[in-house]
Design a protein around this ligand. Structure first.
Ligand SMILES: *Cc1c(COP(=O)(O)O)cnc(C)c1O
Length: 387
């Protein structure tokens, strides 16, 4: 049985072109970018080329890109680094209730260090209201962090508007763009951001490499101290093969993004409309239009998400119930709770995230098997009611 992967928000398969680009840097071209000899020069040259591709892709300068070990590290670096650097100016941070744990847990950690954090609520679609941001600002606010698009429900936030508010008040603005970078347009100028996080493995690049965009002239304290790599903002020997793979993945995204956005949006909309009409008592989570082209999140009443996931897995179809990080706990997802879903509906939710290798036939297969699975689970469910 050929397996169907519909969990691209958790991670993506590495593109064959990316593997090919990385291979030389895992063998012959193994130099350390800090070395002066030809091995070092070779690695350094390749890394700087990748940095230029990535910077130009988001309208940044190469020197504003800091390579990190993950999206999580970028979020930690930016939030802790800006908070530390600005602690003489204020101690208040504004974020949203639907951020990734990499942002939320970093903020909780800072609350233990005498910072104050406002977690803004969202509406039924998962949208942050820019007016709420404006109202939350105080003379002690030093940083605002709102994600570009949500990893669970796919909602795209009004980043440019929030950025304009931050800029007019002289407050630094960070966006976690891990789900959007390489998937929909990301431009640091248009978005009015000072900091941005991205991760290679969410766009067909390798795991273990990310980047932080740090606008020139911003104050920032490093997380890792040591050598003078990355302009002393992130000590560590650079992950050269990873960075080369990241650069290649960005080149692919640059050339394919427009057509992929169209293709995936149409597959996504067919998936959503067919499932909502063939499964009673089901609803779409997130915004109908302001959503990632590859994300569909559906709640199905009187059926357990976990049971549906396992039944689909037995059919060779991989999906997720909420975010991968929370799927092992029984707590309902903080995102589904924040948009006002009952515990029951939150537990009956499935996330389908499409990607570069997703075909129309794979969507057909999902649409074919899921209604039967739901019916079977509802028949045997202790909830005892059919939808
Ligand atoms: C995956 C993800 C992260 C974490 O990135 P890693 O590279 O896996 O650490 C952070 N934020 C969002 C929105 C994500 O989807």
């Amino acid at each position: 049985m050929s397996r169907i992967y519909l969990d691209h928000a958790a991670t993506t398969p590495v593109a064959p072109e990316v593997v090919e680009a990385m291979l030389p840097y895992l063998s012959g071209a193994f130099g350390n970018t800090s070395s002066i000899h030809s091995f070092g020069q070779e690695a350094r040259g390749a890394v700087e080329k990748a940095r230029e591709h990535i910077a130009s892709f988001i309208g940044a300068r190469p020197e504003e890109i800091v390579f990190t070990g993950s999206g999580t590290e970028s979020d930690n670096f930016v939030i802790k680094g800006a908070a530390h650097a600005l602690k003489d100016k204020g101690n208040h941070i504004i974020t949203s209730a639907v951020e990734h744990h990499a942002v939320l847990e970093t903020c909780r950690f800072l609350e233990e260090q005498n910072f104050r954090v406002t977690y803004l609520p969202v509406d039924e679609y998962g949208l942050v209201d820019p007016n709420d941001v404006e109202k939350a600002v105080t003379d002690k606010t030093i940083l605002i962090s709102v994600m570009h698009a949500n990893n669970e429900i796919g909602t795209i936030e009004p980043i440019a508007e929030i950025g304009a508010i931050a800029r007019s008040r002289g407050i630094y603005f960070h966006t976690d763009a891990v789900q959007t970078f390489g998937h929909i347009p990301v431009d640091v100028g248009e978005m009015n951001v000072d900091f941005l996080s991205a991760s290679a493995h969410k766009l067909c690049g390798p795991k273990g490499v990310g980047m932080a965009y740090i606008r020139r002239g911003t104050r920032m304290t490093p997380l890792l101290h040591g050598g003078d790599q990355e302009k002393r903002l992130r000590a560590s020997t650079l992950n050269v093969p990873g960075i080369i793979g990241f650069g290649r993945a960005v080149e692919i995204a640059k050339s394919e993004m427009d057509s992929e956005m169209q293709r995936l949006t149409s597959l996504r909309d067919r998936l959503i409309s067919t499932l909502l009409s063939s499964i009673g008592n089901s609803r779409l989570n997130g915004h109908p239009v302001k959503r990632l082209p590859n994300n569909a999140n559906i709640s199905i009443a009187f059926a357990e998400g976990e049971g549906m996931l396992l039944s689909l897995d037995m059919e060779g179809i991989a999906v997720s119930t909420g975010s991968a990080c929370t799927s092992s706990s029984l707590e309902p997802s903080h995102v589904l709770t924040a948009i006002g879903l009952s515990h029951e509906l939150a537990h009956g939710s499935l996330r389908f995230t499409l990607g570069r290798t997703t075909t129309s036939a794979e969507i057909d297969r999902l649409i074919e098997v899921l209604p039967g699975i739901v019916e079977r689970l509802r028949d045997t469910s202790p909830l005892g009611r059919k939808g």
